[in-house]
Design a protein around this ligand. Structure first.
Ligand code: GCB
Length: 595
């Protein structure tokens, strides 16, 4: 599935704007055939979450099915083309009907899906599209859900949240990314996989293409950049083709100079172009050498944040102004990277990271898996998620690491390390490697899972999320840092691999101040961050520091959160807290070791 573009062969119409909306708390919509069309006075803007947008309709904490409907004109130009309906993401499950007929369903949030809809629409007429989105999660889903009984049987009453969630971000519901009608040729390019290498000034690009409905044709690729323009071609056999380029004088992609070549790929039949696709390609190589992470053969140290897709009113809906602002703030603070904690972000963001030279750790939404409830189905869903994410984001030079999950066994259940978890993770890592062996794989570990967590043995970079001085030893930074140092050294001794601190931070209320070590004050956040960074940088095996979090974000209700998780270095509305100025300084100069 290719990202939509517009050219002489491909077109797209966005179906953003206002949709008709109806919550379905009693789950009766299908039985009552709401897919034929339904009455409602509620409008919802797409993309956008229903929670804050429709708070006045009682939907702030709503978990369940909800119906969306919109009428769209399908132009006659679409005749004799493949017509697709593409949804950038619907969290977490979606069922789609057009003109009352069921088209298909998708059970993966945060990731695009599309259906071929020629047989459901009439060109030159209006089509009514109805989507039922459901944000309920289960044992089998990725992410995994939790219910009230499980809170009790797991003896977690005091940790109960509302809405129930195994993770610390609001389970926003809605259509969160653009909806588009696409027209593409009947014979078309289906997937493009770009692999690059770079070493001492010379680069290579290898393209693996797959097509649909092609009997005999050739694939022609033209790569252009600066004064370079190289063309190569090969035949398409069994709907697939491979094209290789060598670029002896290569302009590589890096955060300092995010240079992108323009790659045009054509499918040609009898000297006629039948499909064409254009994409930007950054040539770079990411590698681990001993305890170092190398980008284009040079050591790179990751400085940045775990982030969230979260903002006032829109919830998890894609907002391009917010994206531009966040990237400008990351540049302002001298960060070079972020992690898409804890799920794949909008593709628009990945393209922007390529353009701006920001490195990305791209994460699958297997957040806080509880192995007492993991099923065969969860494993299958997890593997399928990895396949979908790698297919979607493989070609982005900015994506340098895959995170296959985050903090399994958050609650520290003792059977985790002795039970089925190792086999599970082994399969997950093997699956990811079979799709992409060019990038390091990680799963950040949490304290309670312990240092025998199988993800540490399987990860290429051992990643830890630690909250000493916060959840452990609250208010006691010196003690916390001492314990952390002992633990870090013990982990390194055991695994002998590069390590990274993928989370550390403190909730901070802007305007709270103190002359002593007082949690929640701006000084405490600043001091905690400084002490962590000093420790991290004193260890030669550490390859990066990601502060938790870039900005404050909404969390499920529980007694530890005052509406938001306030560990942001920026507030939810993107004002810098005091620590932002400290980080800007530390990340600008090289005086604290590491580059
Ligand atoms: C973590 C989780 C993250 C939470 C954070 C916190 O370890 O990975 O999702 O938001 O801690 O603030 O508790």
């Amino acid at each position: 599935m290719l990202f939509p573009i517009r050219n002489n062969f491909r077109n797209s119409i966005e179906v953003t704007g206002l949709w008709k909306f109806k919550p379905d708390p009693n789950d009766i919509g299908e039985q009552e055939e709401w897919f034929q069309g339904f009455e409602s006075d509620i409008d919802i803007a797409v993309p956008g979450s229903w929670n804050e947008q429709l708070e006045e309709f009682g939907l702030m904490h709503y978990v369940g099915p909800a119906w969306f409907s919109k009428s769209v004109f399908i132009s006659r130009d679409a005749q004799n083309k493949n017509i697709l309906l593409r949804i950038g993401s619907a969290d977490y499950h979606a069922k789609v009907w057009i003109n009352g007929t069921f088209v298909g369903e998708h059970h993966f949030g945060f990731i695009p899906f599309e259906f071929q809809i020629n047989k459901f629409v009439q060109c030159g007429e209006i089509a009514q599209i109805v989507i039922c989105v459901d944000n309920r999660l289960s044992n089998d889903s990725i992410p995994q859900g939790i219910n009230s009984e499980q809170y009790e049987t797991e003896h977690r009453l005091r940790e109960e949240t509302f809405p129930p969630a195994r993770f610390d971000f609001t389970p926003f519901g809605g259509i969160h990314r653009p909806v588009q009608f696409l027209t593409i040729p009947l014979q078309y390019l289906d997937t493009i996989k770009v692999d690059t290498t770079y070493s001492n000034g010379s680069g290579s690009v290898s393209l693996s293409l797959s097509t649909k409905n092609i009997q005999s044709a050739s694939a022609v690729a033209i790569i252009k950049g600066g004064s370079t323009s190289v063309t190569a071609s090969s035949t398409i056999t069994n709907n697939s083709s491979i094209i290789n380029f060598a670029l002896p004088d290569c302009h590589c992609w890096s955060p300092e100079d995010p240079f992108l070549y323009e790659l045009t790929i054509q499918v040609q039949q009898n000297n006629q172009i039948v499909d064409e696709y254009l994409l930007s390609v950054g040539i770079r190589e990411i590698k681990i050498d001993g305890n170092k992470l190398l980008l284009n053969g040079k050591e790179i140290y990751l400085k940045g944040f775990g982030k969230h897709e979260d903002f006032y009113v829109i919830g998890k809906g894609l907002s391009l102004p917010l994206m531009v602002k966040d990237f400008a703030m990351m540049k302002w603070i001298n960060a070079n990277s972020f992690r898409t904690s804890h799920y794949p972000y909008a593709e628009e963001m990945m393209f922007y990271a390529d353009k701006k030279g920001i490195l990305v750790i791209d994460e699958v939404p297997a957040v806080s898996l509880d192995f007492r409830h993991v099923t065969e189905k969860s494993l299958a869903n997890h593997k399928e998620f990895i396949r979908k994410l790698i297919e979607r984001d493989h070609n982005h030079p900015s994506v340098i690491i895959w995170a296959l999950g985050n903090e399994p066994n958050l609650v520290g259940e003792p059977t985790y390390t002795t039970g089925k978890s190792r086999n599970y993770w082994k399969e997950v890592f093997d699956t990811a490697r079979s799709f992409d062996s060019s990038r390091p794989l990680i799963v950040p570990n949490c304290l309670r899972a312990g240092i025998d967590d199988p993800v540490m043995e399987l990860s290429d970079i051992v990643c830890i999320n630690r909250y000493y001085g916060w959840y452990e030893y609250p208010g006691q930074l010196v003690k916390g840092i001492k314990v952390l140092e002992i633990e870090m050294d013990a982990i390194f001794k055991k695994y002998r691999k590069p390590m990274m601190m993928t989370e550390f931070g403190a909730d901070t209320i802007p305007g709270f101040h103190s002359t002593s070590d007082q949690m929640f004050t701006e000084e405490y956040q600043e001091k905690l961050i400084l002490m962590y960074i000093q420790l991290i940088r004193s260890k030669s095996y550490m390859i990066g520091e990601h502060v938790w979090n870039f900005a404050d974000f909404r969390a499920p209700q529980n007694m530890r959160r005052v509406v938001l998780n306030m560990k942001g270095v920026f507030t939810r509305n993107r004002s810098p807290k005091q620590a932002a100025f400290l980080l800007k300084k530390i990340w600008a100069d090289n005086t604290m070791g590491k580059v």
